[in-house]
Write a protein that binds this ligand. Structure first.
Ligand code: NDP
Ligand code: 8X3
Length: 255
């Protein structure tokens, strides 16, 4: 087995899957985490067909504290050093004013985007080397930098990821473990289908009339972060479509 190992949460789709592929192409062995086993197995198959690295699928819901700790504990011994942790699993559920918000949507976003990230981080930290090889990359969002209309709770969860990244960086620099964050604007993935609960027409409108980011744009930024020499920590990268200068402005050319 090669020496370096990365664990990517939300590796069954979108940014997480693209990140797993770019890490594999750079010789990292992978632990792919998500809830959908089949999708993780598909990613594993794709990686194995292209690259000579080892891949382990970790089927777990990051919201379940007990399951997260048990799953990390049960990792095969050869995967028990984790050099790079990419905390990417996350979602938006719904898009409505705070007075019309659905409480179960709020719970899902808070439990996944904040508490899930914390559970995974706490469970994985003992396995991260304390010699400068260890690196945690959190996937935040432009939504955590600027609130936008109807974004309220999603924006708040991503502001928490931003703040946690800053705090974790301070706390873990003593080992040292590097902590970085990436804050993307609009990326076409399954994100909007999930946000709009399978409403394809509404989801596709999000990306109409402008060139959105694709998952590979984020994966390349994550790879840049991870591939810096040990003495360099990229604190954060905000990556936006050129047509989206801030969280709530998109220049669309609609016919
Ligand atoms: P996708 O919906 O394509 O991917 C989300 C991933 O998160 C899936 O692999 C999903 O896997 C996983 N996931 C969701 N909930 C859980 C859970 N409870 N336990 C484990 N895994 C979970 O969206 P993106 O790739 O776009 O999203 C990835 C991250 O990027 C998210 O944190 C999102 O907030 C952030 N982001 C996205 C932007 C965008 O415009 N798309 C912009 C800025 C940030 P599974 O369903 O198999 O569990
Ligand atoms: C996802 C990007 O702008 O839809 O975090 O909130 S946005």
């Amino acid at each position: 087995m090669n020496s370096k190992i990365a664990l990517v949460t939300g590796a069954s789709s979108g940014i997480g899957k693209a990140t797993a592929l770019i890490l594999a192409s750079n010789n990292y062995n992978l632990i792919l985490c998500g809830r959908r086993r089949e999708r993780l197995e598909e990613t594993k198959y794709e990686i194995n067909s292209k690259f000579q690295v080892d891949v382990h699928c970790l089927v777990v819901d990051v919201r379940n504290q007990e399951d997260v700790f048990a799953a990390i504990d049960r990792l095969p011994v050869e995967f028990k050093t984790i050099d790079v942790l990419v905390n990417n699993a996350g979602l938006a559920a719904g898009l409505s004013t705070i007075d019309e918000g659905v409480i179960s949507d709020w719970e899902q976003m808070i439990d996944t985007n904040i508490k899930g990230l914390l559970y995974i981080t706490k469970a994985v930290l003992p396995l991260i080397p304390k010699n400068g090889d260890g690196h945690i990359v959190n996937v935040g969002s432009i939504a955590g930098k600027e609130a936008y209309l109807n974004g309220n709770v999603y924006c708040a969860t991503k502001a928490a990821v931003d703040s946690l990244s800053r705090g974790m960086r301070i706390d873990l620099s003593r080992f040292p473990i590097r902590v970085s964050a990436i804050h993307p604007g609009a990326v076409e993935t399954e994100f909007s289908m999930i946000r709009f609960k399978g409403d394809e027409a509404r989801a596709s409108k999000v990306y109409e009339g402008f060139e959105n980011l694709i998952a590979d744009d984020c994966a390349e930024a994550i790879w840049f972060i991870v591939s810096r020499p040990k003495h360099v920590n990229i604190n954060e990268i905000t990556v936006m479509p050129t047509a989206q200068p801030n969280a709530s402005t998109i220049h669309r050319k609609l016919v």
